[in-house]
Write a protein that binds this ligand. Structure first.
Ligand SMILES: [Zn+2]
Length: 180
């Protein structure tokens, strides 16, 4: 039986009335503090995918796993949770960035992109003369995209990336998230 099904069954027995919003089941009253003296409503949420619960009422603040909640009601429950997703490990690019070469400046100029723009986006050159698009996050170089400073010849790749790094949006560091 799925986590969702088990929790819904349980809620039908013990948590009525409740609402379901997104992947949370929210009883009208927290089954543990019952909303306290002022009868606060909808402070408790039971996550239908993770099988964990929390009450946001300050003086209650209970949290735990569904199994513990079931135990409070004298039931035994065991949820089969999917193994936590493997977090992918990314490396940081380790390269010596050099100023754009003449070939790079010429290439961009032919595409109507000025040296000022190259400068603004910190476009650089790799030791082999490839164009380097550096991607920064919080001032740290986290990702690099390369391309040759010319139209790809034959089977040449259009662009490639530093292996094992985390792709992010170009120019992200220049975006201000506080001001639209
Ligand atoms: Zn509570």
């Amino acid at each position: 039986m799925s986590i969702l099904q088990q929790i819904m069954d349980f809620a039908g027995r013990h948590l009525e009335p409740f609402i379901v919003r997104g992947d949370e089941l929210i009883p009208e009253h927290c089954p543990i503090c019952h909303g306290g003296e002022s009868g606060d409503k909808y402070t408790f949420a039971l996550n239908l995918t993770e099988g964990v619960y929390v009450c946001k009422r300050g003086s209650c603040g209970v949290r735990g796993r569904f199994e513990e909640l079931a135990e409070r009601f004298g039931e035994r429950a065991e949820l089969i949770r999917p193994a936590a997703r493997m977090k992918k490990q990314f490396v940081l690019p380790d390269v010596q960035l050099q100023p754009p070469t003449e070939a790079i400046v010429r290439y961009f100029a032919s595409r109507k992109i000025s040296a000022e723009t190259l400068n603004a986006f910190s476009i650089a050159a790799a030791p082999d003369g490839s164009v380097v698009f550096p991607f920064y996050r919080d001032g740290e170089l986290v990702y690099i995209k390369y391309r040759a400073p010319r139209k790809p010849q034959g089977r040449e790749r259009k662009e490639w990336q530093y292996p094992g790094t985390q792709p992010i949006l170009f120019g992200m560091d220049m975006c201000s998230f506080s001001q639209p």
